[in-house]
Design a protein around this ligand. Structure first.
Ligand SMILES: [Zn+2]
Length: 674
């Protein structure tokens, strides 16, 4: 996941996933091997294919293929087959009757079809589920889109013979057995022996750079970049970075599970991590921070997601673990301050998430919008952090390696992870996993009362802590400021209201619960500086258009549509118990704020640039978001950039350019002893 970047919203970094298609009837289909011979002409968007499926199967089996393809021959064991043909949604299906006795059979199918264009794919959007598409700029045939025939099994192995025009190069996951190019064609053959969930195929006018990386007892891994010519010079930087990540995670988890890793550029703003390669937009690859962040995340998906598969109906743990071991780990590499800032961002986002949009972590399967990311990526990563704090770094590392050796190329659920960490730590972790996975929400920690007494040469603190009605079992760091410096304690809580008693060396002055944010909890509103997202994620937020200018009104409405995570609700006055967003021109916004008795524009933003955007805390606990522009054009100019700055408290724009921005400062909430 790319965080804090202006592109964060445009890029969906999710692992490639394909849900197996259901097939009906009495049947037995096992151990499927698919052999595909593909001829692809990106300019004409044509695909010609021959497929051979070898399986141990019996009874009425169902063969599925996308509707955009026409099959002109179906054979079973070398003879033309009898079948029933029907269409269902985007699929067509052939029902074939095989003998009742399970045996090895060979099903052959020849098919061809026209692929979607780049423009059609672009229109659908990267998060909208891309169709199989082709163009001279790039071809992407995603798994699960019906571009190869399926027998309704969970996983299968394959080999692919790929033929492209001579100026094109292409790739699927697996060992590159051979490749050749002539004046008439480029040909490559790939083999994947272990079972996998689906096949993603990419092709484009690529320049290929390659490097051999030796890891673990002289095993060689082929690192490659397949880049569009205009970014070919970025290749060596990406190869260096990829080598570093493959080594890092091979050491931390277990041997890299594929024979190669490729970074492939895409004409679309994609950010996908597939088995043995990552598919990133040309413009994404140009961003300087991608090598240091998202690339590591995508490499790690070869272990989590494409090495150990997700047991989808039982919840997706892989984004959280990948975020923890990549994005968050890189912040820890930078230092504790950077790591703490990331924890604050996660907790702040969670605090901004309205209760009705929260869901138990176990219910998360894939990222569909910001709200699901806050739970499925951020909360999940936080749970792994608390687990490591709870069971120790060594037990955590051992648990990670246990998951890997036991579940490689199999599906794993949260329960499988729980078992591995219980074994590595020798602890019963059922309560821990259950409270974080099966409940929505989070504890809200507070000091109800605290006092101290002198006890010999030392001091004894007695405190009452509360954490909300349904208590969690928590390990909570407490820091006490004393006349001799800061002293640290760990408290173990398991009640809604709990008495604590502990000694300090110095005379206590102030006490702070979880001062460095190591517990996933609802922050005290005073701890949270308001940011744009707090308002844009609130489905009850009311948008007020504060201008009479027709052109500006139109720009303001469009801006509200772009900014809000759900459809905007327009109104005239601020609501009682929701956030408010006011959009308009300078004088009219000032006037509306005065009339509504809301805080005025902060002095530090006044008269700067062509537009100012700011948040403020409201007395109802919600927030104000104000967008004030010089004229309609200045409002219009915010349409593209502004939605990318959800994590800021205030911004100043000159046209579409953000001149300045920032987050209002937060303050820790401490109990002060008299
Ligand atoms: Zn991911």
């Amino acid at each position: 996941m790319i965080r804090g970047s202006p592109y964060a919203v445009a890029i969906a970094l999710i692992s490639s996933m394909s849900l197996p298609m259901a097939s009906a009837g009495e049947k037995d289909v096992r151990s499927v091997q698919l052999a595909l011979t593909i001829q692809l002409d990106p300019a004409r968007r044509s695909l010609n294919a021959e497929a051979e499926l070898n399986c141990e199967c019996s009874g009425a089996v169902t063969l599925s293929l996308g509707k955009r393809f026409t099959a002109d021959r179906i054979m079973v064991d070398g003879s033309p087959a009898a079948f029933e043909h029907k269409s269902k949604d985007e699929q067509q299906q052939w029902r074939l009757q095989l003998p009742k006795q399970t045996a090895r059979h060979r099903i052959e199918l020849r098919y061809r079809g026209e692929l979607a264009s780049l423009a059609q794919a672009d229109e659908r959007g990267v998060l909208g589920g891309l169709p199989p598409m082709a163009s001279e700029r790039g071809t992407f045939l995603p798994a699960g889109t019906g571009w190869y025939p399926e027998l309704g099994v969970d996983t299968f192995s394959y080999r692919v013979e790929l033929e492209l025009p001579p100026e094109q190069r292409g790739l699927v996951a697996g060992r590159l057995v051979r490749e050749s190019s002539s004046q008439t064609a480029y040909r490559a053959r790939f083999e994947l022996e272990h079972p996998i969930e689906g096949i993603d195929l990419v092709a484009g006018p690529y320049r290929i750079e390659q490097r051999a990386l030796t890891v673990q007892q002289s095993r060689e891994i082929a690192l490659r970049t397949l880049f569009h010519p205009e970014i070919a010079e970025l290749s060596s930087g990406y190869l260096d970075a990829a080598a570093g990540y493959v080594e890092r995670y091979s050491k931390a988890i277990g041997p890299y599970p594929y024979t190669g890793f490729s970074v492939v550029s895409s004409p679309l703003p994609t950010g996908f991590g597939m088995a043995s390669f990552t598919y990133l937009g040309v413009d994404v690859l140009r961003l300087p921070f991608i090598r240091a962040t998202s690339l590591g995340h995508e490499v790690l998906h070869n272990w989590w997601g494409n090495g150990v598969y997700v047991d989808w109906p039982r919840g997706n743990w892989c984004e959280g673990l990948t975020t923890f071991m990549a994005d968050y780990a890189f912040k820890e590499d930078e230092g504790e301050a950077a790591a703490q800032e990331m924890r604050l961002t996660w907790l702040r986002d969670f605090s901004a998430l309205p209760a009705e949009r929260d869901q138990p972590l176990r219910a998360f399967t894939s990222r569909t919008h910001d709200a699901s990311q806050i739970v499925g990526y951020d909360k999940a990563a936080f749970v792994f952090l608390m687990l490591r704090d709870e069971i120790s770094q060594d037990a955590f590392d051992a648990g990670i390696r246990r998951v890997w050796t036991r579940q490689q190329f199999h599906r794993a659920s949260w329960t499988d992870l729980e078992t591995a960490f219980e074994e590595s730590s020798g602890r019963d972790l059922h309560g821990f996993f259950s409270q974080w996975l099966d409940r929505r929400g989070a504890p809200a920690l507070a000091v109800e009362h605290a006092s101290w007494l002198q006890s010999g040469a030392r001091y004894r603190i007695r405190a009452t802590l509360t954490q909300g009605e349904l208590p969690y079992r928590l390990r909570v760091p407490i820091s006490v400021e004393t006349d001799r410096g800061t002293e640290q304690q760990i408290a173990h809580l398991d009640a809604a209201r709990q008495e604590l008693s502990f000694e300090t060396q110095g005379q206590p002055r102030a006490m702070t619960i979880d001062p460095t944010l190591r517990v996933f909890r609802r922050l005290d509103p005073r701890e949270i500086p308001p940011i744009l997202r707090q308002v844009t994620l609130d489905p009850a937020a009311v948008t007020v258009i504060a201008t009479r200018n027709d052109e500006a009104r139109e720009a303001a409405r469009a801006l509200a549509q772009r900014m809000m995570d759900t459809a905007p609700r327009f109104g005239e006055s601020p609501p009682q118990d929701a956030s408010v967003i006011v959009i308009g021109l300078h004088d009219e916004v000032d006037m509306w704020l005065t009339r509504a008795h809301l805080p005025a524009e902060p002095q530090q933003l006044r008269n700067r640039g062509s537009a100012q955007v700011w948040t403020a805390q409201l007395s109802n606990g919600k927030a104000l978001l104000a967008i004030s522009a010089r004229d309609a054009a200045a409002l219009q100019a915010l349409l593209r950039p502004l939605p990318h700055y959800g994590r800021q408290s205030w911004l100043v724009f000159d046209g579409a350019k953000a001149l300045d921005r920032g987050i209002w400062t937060a303050r820790a909430v401490s109990w002060r002893f008299e």
